[in-house]
Write a protein that binds this ligand. Sequence first.
Ligand SMILES: Nc1nc2c(ncn2[C@@H]2O[C@H](COP(=O)(O)OP(=O)(O)OP(=O)(O)O)[C@@H](O)[C@H]2O)c(=O)[nH]1
Ligand SMILES: [Mg+2]
Length: 342
Amino acid sequence: MEKERKCVPELFRKVSVPTFEDLRSLILRRFPEPVTLPKSVKKRGMVKELIRIERIYNITDDRLARLAETLPEPKELGPFYRELLSISGITNYEEALERLMVMRRIIKSLYLRYKARIKASFDAAESRKLSREFVGRVISVLRRNRWVLNGLKEASVTISGMPCISEEEPTVVEAGTPQVGKSSLVRALSTAKPEVSPFPFTTKTIILGHVYIDEYLRIQLIDTPGILDRPIEELNPIEKKALAALKHLPNAVLFVIDPRRGAYYSLDKQLKLLKSVKELIGDNVPFVIAINKVDISKPDEVARAEAMVSEVCPTCPVIKVSALTGEGLDDLLKTLRRVLGI
Ligand SMILES: Nc1nc2c(ncn2[C@@H]2O[C@H](COP(=O)(O)OP(=O)(O)OP(=O)(O)O)[C@@H](O)[C@H]2O)c(=O)[nH]1
Ligand SMILES: [Mg+2]
């Protein structure tokens, strides 16, 4: 697993990305603002328009330059963050940075061209027409690159809201369909207290908790949004984030199952997801299966779940637990430590 060097979410928290709509309304607000000139100035109509287009050029270039300067360097981004960017439409970060430079260059050359044309204009009316045309063209350059600005905005909001996951500490990522009790387990085992509710898709982002083994050793336990087994194209952005975490972060996966016949998603569906997640992650990362909610499950439901799990993953350790009563949690922790080798 490739690891990140710095806390990438912290880097993104320092970035302020203007969307295309932000920039357009800023430009349209600032353009008509009055220009005051000393009485002595000649060719007042032309000079006013020159000042107007310079103002718009400076504002636009300043926002784009600040964005380009504050975005993290490509080398800071590991595969997890690259995938989050790509979920927001930035499939190639280097290319997006390059687009920002190109936009600045095009807008600068438009500015210089229109400055010269306004200087050479016949009268105030022509100057005014040219300066309006300049603004229209700047906005259209920004519009053509909307995907860069808006994609970076969306990605930076997502990434800034992520926890700092350390590259040195062992990491367990949870997985499972909605409502199986992933967040409840994170609450019971770790320092994090994610929201728990009887409604599916309660967890919407990646949450980091720490499980303290002793003074010097802790496990990072990551709660993820519930996912359904369906083609990647059909997953919503929240599920895609969960899959990105599963693909890139874990040293071990904790797959949580609700064995009851009345479970929100049938056991069949849960095991199909287990199979898909195993295929996605490959054989290098160990899986531990927690059969949760044993406090309210019937013995035959638990036995059926155990049998079905062993078909999908014959080598996976299976632990029966209850996040609610705490039953089996010591055993679960021991098993996680064993597979992590700590
Ligand atoms: N009786 C019992 N109820 C549980 C247990 N674990 C979770 N629940 C309940 O199951 C429901 C779902 O729990 P969550 O922890 O929110 O489930 P989740 O997997 O995080 O759900 P999503 O965030 O929607 O994916 C809640 O009403 C919990 O109180 C358990 O061990 N026993
Ligand atoms: Mg949850």
